[in-house]
Structure formats: structure tokens, C-alpha cells
Design a protein around this ligand. Structure first.
Ligand code: GLC
Length: 538
């Protein structure tokens, strides 16, 4: 059957379903306990069967893995733990054969302290051209013993580190991730080359890490709360950088997705102007609590902020940085906020899973593209990692207050009965898998029509085959309090009930899919969603 949606056109990114692979934890091909490209290649049929249009790989480049690969030592080399460049090229080609596009992750704000440029900068000393590619400064105080400014870190802890000769360098994240100086022409040129390097290798898109942080106030002035502009978030110079990137992407029909966390929707939309980034992650949706009014407002705001620039919205429920969806929705506070993450938060996983199933149908019916983070299709919960096994620097930098992000990065369970749930073979995975994960294993879920995997597969297949999904208009239908009802083209309707009592469905021709059973009277129970085909056309 021919797909009525635009999945196979140049505009594929306007309504694609993009699966996020965290290579270290997806599948372990060589059995050493760390996921790798061989593992991904072996599981490409799984992704094809799931029905995704593209895969975004978090960084797979040479890296000391201090921040899970977001500390890149060389963009043109695959980390040996993951494989080789030749394998990456094969993977890109094999994925394309299966109709899956590849998106790579570029981290322009910083490099690893093991990157050749930073090593050269340390060796060359103060005042050298090598140091100009970074932000090296003398300290304040009588003996330069105080950091050059008071900028807050993105990861708690210090943003400046002093080197042996007395100078300090800026790092918005860990000391192993020195920030690049984006006012330097070589920094710009190098990244333009890196983009070409990966587009030449057939990638369809690039995710831009920390996209709103690159440019810094040249004076490196102290941070004053509430005073605009912020010295390192959302500086105007960024737009010029992304315009030049867009010109490169256009020559390869490549697309961008920016990691842009900005509360101001007008400022956010500037990044999505027609000559800048194609898309950006929707963090307001990802952070939104499971409440009908809040969700509706977030959806409206999202569509309103994207409309003037003609960019499609993206819909994201989780990623490798945030609490897994079934866990978040099973807590008293169903929103997400880095500041409130804590150990020991009571969680009702049954409730969270029920809501996550409904949320999946809501997300997949909205206009735009959708991101699915590996394991989300299995309904994996956030894992509790024993303290001595936590690797994420967010944990240590918060002095142990923040549990860190490893709980959503645990290696996937593929086979219920196999060692390490079939993630690898010989060695224990780099992060421990919880003991009760057999029930989440792919092979168990594959044969269970009630499973999360079955729901995702059916939903993605319908989204591809049936008219009305993806890019295009959406209107709200009248609904009882606590109920979201929306109409897409061709009589496609989605109803989500967040109210504590069953909701009456509008008249319909057929049910395409429901996240759970209707009640005996044909009403939609609480925390359940349904896709309907109705007679009237939008
Ligand atoms: C982004 C990444 C995150 C990383 C940080 C620093 O927020 O998603 O995982 O730690 O950038 O590169």
C-alpha cells in the first residue's frame, strides 16, 4: 500500500519518527559489555520492523567517555569501543537499504580535553594562538586565584579550571569538556568541515548538542540574574553560525535538529527560520506534567511558536538525559525538571505505564515529527543504579544529590532468558541491569499483543499507512473537563482521557487503536487514549 503521508519525500523530516540510539547501551556485538556498531547493525531489522524512519545516534566518536561521548576527542574517528569508521559507513548504507535514515550528533560547544586542539593549547602556554581556540583567561584576585567570572555551570560545580601555568579555562560542563571559542574562524571552519565529512558519508541529518550555548559574551562579564542578554545562552551571533551550516546542509539535502532549551518561544523560533535549523527538540512537551490543561496549552504554544517560521514541531517524551517516561508519569510530580531530580522518589509503575501508553498515542497523532528514545518502545522504567556504579558526572558534580542520568541509559533487554538479557554475551554490561527486567525483554514483548512494543509497532504502522497523520492541520474538538480530543485531516480523531471518570467517545466509524480497553459501555477509561476514524472530514 502506498504511503499517503510524506514519509518518502525530501520533506521526510517534517513528520518522521526518529529513534534515538545510545550506542553504548543498545546492543553489544562483540560481547565486551559495551554496546557497539556491530550490535546496532545486527539489530537494524528490529528497527525496520518497529517502523521508524530515521535513527539518531548519540556521539559515537573517539572519546574518553567522561560525559558519555559528549566529550569528543576526534570527530572523524569512531571510538574503538564502538567500532570503526568503515563500520559506520556500512551501517549508514545498510540502514538506508532498510529505508532508515541516519542522524549523527555534533557537539560544537566543547571538545574533550584529549582533543588535539586542547592538548596543543595546554602545551603552547598563555598568549599562544592555540589558546585562542578556547576561553583561557587569567584569574581574578591578587594572585589570579579566583575564577575569571561567576558563570553558573550547566552541570553544577565550577565552570573554570586553573591550569599549571596559572591561567583558567572555561567549561560550561565538566573540566574534561573545555568550551570552544566560537569567535575564532578556525573553530567555525573546522565544524563546517566536520559537517561535510558526515554528510559525505551519507548521513541524512545532524543533531546539534547544546545548540544555544556556543557563542559567549566577548567580555565574559559576570552573570546578573534576570538581565538580558544572558552571557552565554542564546547570543545573537549563533544565528549567523547556523545560517552558514544550513547552506552546507542544503547542498546535501541534510537536516538539523537543535538541542535548544529556551523558555522564550519567540527566541526559540528564531532558530527555526527558513535559513537556519529545520527542527528543534520540544522540551516544553517533554517537561509537561500529565495534566490535560497543561498538555493542551503546551501543544497550542508549540504549534503557535512554529507556525510563523513554517517549521514542523517535534514531540519528545524522553531522551538520554531525562527520567524515563513510565517512571516520570508514575510519580506525584509528572513533569520533568533537572533541579528536582532526587533519589528514592515513590513511583507507581503500573500507573506510569498506563499513562505512557496513552501519551504515545497522543504524541504520534500530533502534527510534526516524533522522537522515540531506545527502550521507550519497551516501556522501560528508570533504573536505580548502585551508587558505586554511577558514571554520569552530573551525579558527582552535584555532590551526590542528583542521581544522574545513568538510570535511563541501562543496556537494553533483548532476550528474557539469555545472560544479560541478550544485550551481549561474555561480559557484564557497563551499567547493571535490574533483576526484574526479563518481562521487558524484546522477545517476551514481541509475542504479547498487549505489550508496549506491540502498541508502538501497531501505532507506527498505522501512522505510516493511514491518512491524516504527520504534518498538517489539527483542531481541538469539544470535550469534557480533563479530556483531550483533537481532529486531524481525513476524520482522524484522537481522544485522551486524563479525568478520573470514563469519557464518552464522539460518534465514530472505527477504532484504529486504543492504548487500553474501553469499558463495558464503550467509554474511554482514565489515562487511556484512542485513535478513531470518524465520518466528518476536517
Ligand atoms: C547535551 C547532551 C548531554 C550532554 C551535554 C553536554 O545536553 O544531551 O547528554 O551531557 O549536552 O554535551
Amino acid at each position: 500500500m502506498a504511503a499517503p503521508n510524506s514519509h518518502r519525500t525530501d520533506d521526510w523530516w517534517r513528520d518522521a519518527v526518529i529513534y534515538q540510539v545510545y550506542p553504548r547501551s543498545f546492543a553489544d556485538g562483540d560481547g565486551d559489555g559495551t554496546g557497539d556498531l556491530a550490535g546496532v547493525r545486527a539489530r537494524l531489522p528490529y528497527l525496520a520492523e518497529l517502523g521508524v524512519d530515521a535513527v539518531w545516534f548519540t556521539p559515537w566518536y573517539l572519546s574518553p567517555l567522561v560525559d558519555g561521548g559528549y566529550d569528543v576527542a576526534d570527530y572523524r574517528t569512531i571510538d574503538p569501543a564502538f567500532g570503526t569508521l568503515a563500520e559506520a559507513e556500512k551501517l549508514i548504507a545498510e540502514a538506508r537499504e532498510l529505508g532508515i535514515r541516519v542522524i549523527v550528533d555534533i557537539v560544537p560547544n566543547h571538545v574533550s580535553d584529549q582533543h588535539a586542539w586542547f592538548r596543543a593549547a595546554l602545551a603552547a602556554g598563555p598568549g599562544s594562538p592555540e589558546r585562542e581556540r578556547f576561553h583561557f583567561r587569567p584569574g581574578r584576585g591578587e594572585h589570579g586565584e579566583l575564577p575569571p567570572n561567576d558563570w553558573p555551570s550547566q552541570f553544577s560545580g565550577a565552570t573554570w579550571t586553573r591550569v599549571e601555568d596559572g591561567e583558567w579555562y572555561l567549561h560550561l560542563f565538566t573540566p574534561e569538556q573545555p568550551d570552544l571559542n566560537w569567535a575564532h574562524p578556525e573553530v567555525r571552519r573546522e565544524h563546517e568541515d566536520v559537517l561535510r565529512f558526515w554528510f559525505e558519508r551519507g548521513v541524512a541529518g545532524v543533531r546539534i548538542d547544546s545548540a544555544a550555548l556556543l557563542a559567549k559574551d566577548p567580555a565574559l562579564a559576570d552573570f546578573v540574574e534576570g538581565v538580558d542578554p544572558h552571557p552565554y545562552i542564546d547570543q545573537d551571533e549563533l544565528h549567523d553560525i547556523y545560517r552558514s551550516w544550513r547552506a552546507i546542509a542544503d547542498t546535501y539535502q541534510g537536516v538539523f535538529v537543535g538541542e535548544v532549551w529556551l523558555p522564550d518561544s519567540e527566541r526559540f523560533a528564531r532558530y527555526l527560520r527558513p535559513d537556519e535549523l529545520h527542527t528543534a527538540f520540544n522540551f516544553s512537551f517533554l517537561s509537561c506534567p500529565w495534566e490535560a490543561d497543561r498538555l493542551r496549552r503546551t501543544i497550542d504554544d508549540t504549534l503557535a511558536e512554529h507556525a510563523p517560521v513554517g517549521a514542523p514541531a517535534t514531540w519528545v517524551l524522553c531522551n538520554h538525559d531525562v527520567t524515563r517516561t513510565v517512571t516520570r508519569y508514575g510519580r506525584a510530580d509528572t513533569g520533568f525538571d533537572f533541579a528536582t531530580k532526587a533519589f528514592g522518589t515513590p513511583t507507581d509503575l503500573r500507573l506510569g505505564t498506563r499513562r505512557a501508553r496513552a501519551a504515545a498515542l497522543l504524541t504520534l497523532v500530533l502534527p510534526g515529527s516524533v522522537y522515540v528514545y531506545q527502550g521507550e518502545e519497551l516501556g522501560l522504567p528508570e533504573a536505580e543504579i548502585p551508587l558505586d556504579r554511577i558514571e554520569d558526572p552530573m551525579h558527582a558534580r552535584s555532590e551526590g544529590v542528583d542521581p544522574g542520568r545513568d538510570g535511563c541509559r541501562v543496556p537494553l533487554p533483548w532476550a528474557a532468558e539469555a545472560p544479560w538479557y541478550g544485550f551481549g554475551s561474555e561480559s557484564e554490561p557497563w551499567l547493571p541491569q535490574p533483576r526484574d527486567w526479563a518481562r521487558y525483554a524484546v522477545d517476551r514483548q514481541r509475542t504479547d499483543p498487549e505489550s508496549m512494543l506491540a502498541l508502538y509497532r501497531t501505532a507506527l504502522a498505522l501512522r505510516r499507512a493511514e491518512p491524516g497523520f504527520g504534518d498538517g492541520p489539527m483542531t481541538w474538538l469539544p470535550a469534557e473537563e480533563g479530556v483531550l480530543a483533537l481532529a486531524r485531516p481525513e476524520g482522524l480523531v484522537c481522544v485522551v482521557n486524563l479525568a478520573p471518570w470514563p469519557a464518552t467517545l464522539p460518534p465514530y466509524d472505527r477504532i484504529l487503536l486504543a492504548s487500553g480497553p474501553l469499558d463495558a459501555e464503550g467509554r474511554l477509561p482514565q489515562d487511556t487514549a484512542v485513535w478513531l476514524r470518524v465520518g466528518g472530514v476536517l
